[in-house]
Design a protein around this ligand. Structure first.
Ligand code: AR6
Length: 185
């Protein structure tokens, strides 16, 4: 059974087996949570990313895919990089966003990670409305079979935290309290 929780905070401060990065397909860094992870994690993460580009991902990581690197100086064993879809109103495909969560958990299972921290993928620069982003995130994790024991959504701002916490509470009401929780700072 996977425990799902929502907390407010900076994901680069989390102690978990794997931290998920909302990357772009170049894997070579960017702003937002991606910039923060590379800054705090140090150059070893980028070195791994460059190696991946030179080997399996010459054309970059496709939208909805996920791949792991070292976590460098972060308090984690791995960073799992995933590429969310850019929001384009009615043309946006929720399945691509769901794939980010599913593929990240698949990679986590391959690695043997038991605790995983996720940011709100696609909900920043990529423009996904936070309520929909939160619903897709929480429902996908709930519906994915995984050996991961704890999924922690780490939300930077109050609005994102509220959206995710609402979804986590909703699961709690549907399933009966127990495995699902959310926490204020
Ligand atoms: N900890 C937790 N959440 C954070 C942090 C942090 N340190 N910093 C930002 N967020 P974004 P995207 C939140 O833009 O929408 C990058 O340039 C932020 O408030 O990081 O998937 C990549 O290289 C928002 O709620 O990711 C790509 O080019 C959420 O993280 C592009 O942005 C996601 O915002 C990806 O865009």
């Amino acid at each position: 059974m996977t425990t799902i929780e929502a907390v407010r905070g900076d994901i680069t401060r989390e102690s978990v087996d794997a931290i998920v990065n909302a990357a772009n397909s170049s894997l070579l860094g960017g702003g937002g949570v991606d910039g923060a992870i590379h800054r705090r994690g140090g150059p070893a993460i980028l070195e791994d990313c460059r190696r991946l580009r030179a080997s399996h991902y010459g054309k970059g990581l496709p939208t909805g895919g996920a791949v792991a690197t070292t976590a460098g100086d972060l308090d984690a064993r791995w960073v799992i990089h995933t590429v969310g879809p850019v929001y384009q109103s009615s043309r946006s495909d929720p399945a691509q966003l769901a794939s980010c969560y599913r593929e990240s958990l698949r990679v986590a299972d391959e690695l043997g990670a038991r605790t995983v921290a996720f940011p709100a993928i696609s909900a920043g620069a990529y423009g996904w409305p936070i309520e929909a982003a939160a619903r897709i995130a929480v429902e996908t994790v709930r519906d994915t079979e995984t050996a991961v024991e704890e999924v922690r959504f780490v939300l930077f701002d109050e609005r994102a935290f509220t959206a995710f916490a609402d979804q986590v509470h909703k699961l709690g009401r549907q399933e009966g309290e127990g495995p699902f929780s959310s926490e204020s700072p």
